[in-house]
Write a protein of this length. Structure first.
Length: 210
């Protein structure tokens, strides 16, 4: 099954992608993680992307599509995949169609902006492996320490309130129109965000007929 996860920044796409990855036994492809790895390693693509991400802006389409196409050609994506964080624009979605990337369903996690602003302040990521946590919803076993690799948990610059507000504005203008784009293709499956992470996962699996 080839899936796309849509939703505003902070809607829980990353957390749900990890859970769906285990439930459906297909890999999650997070452009955010791929880009952050490139930034950490100081690659030309990473440095180019960093200036956009720091300002809460979108990374250019050609950078995103190149990264995704390369990844989807790898063996672990033969039986399906979950795209988290791409496409972000109609242009990206059209470029993906032209590249022959087939999508079976597009899950849109629905959540209010006010809840996102509240939620983002609690987000933390591991500076080593990029694993995501939340101080309330998905806390690490030991405060400030990654469960997976023991790395230090930090608040990303793009989780700061002023950056979150800018990212939400960009989402509503650039990414939300994708819901209509995929609805016209009969692929859109909206899922209301649930009070608990596990409940949202079950709602997604239900709408996918699992």
């Amino acid at each position: 099954m080839n899936l796309i996860l849509l939703g505003a920044p902070g809607a829980g796409k990353g957390t749900q992608a990890e859970r769906l990855c285990k439930e459906l036994n297909i890999p999650t492809i997070s452009t955010g993680n791929i880009l952050r790895a490139a930034i950490k390693n100081g690659t030309p693509t990473g440095l180019k992307a960093k200036s956009f991400m720091d300002a809460g802006k979108l990374v250019p389409d050609e950078v995103i599509i190149d990264i995704i196409t390369e990844k989807l050609a790898e063996d672990d994506c033969k039986n399906g995949f979950i795209l988290d964080g791409v496409p972000r624009t109609i242009a990206q979605a059209e470029a993906m169609e032209k590249a022959g990337i087939k999508i079976d369903a597009v899950v849109s996690i629905e959540i209010a902006d006010s809840e996102i602003m509240e939620r983002m302040s609690g987000r933390r990521v591991c500076e080593n492996c990029g694993a995501s946590y939340h101080l309330v919803a998905v806390p690490p076993k030991t405060s400030g320490v990654c469960d997976s690799c023991g790395g230090k948990l930090v608040q990303r610059k793009d989780d700061a309130p002023e950056t979150v507000k800018a990212r939400l504005e960009v989402y509503h203008k650039e990414t939300e129109p994708l819901k209509d784009f995929y609805a016209k293709r009969g692929l859109l499956k909206p899922v209301e965000n649930q009070p608990a992470v596990a409940e949202t996962t079950q709602a997604i699996l239900h709408t996918l007929g699992r």
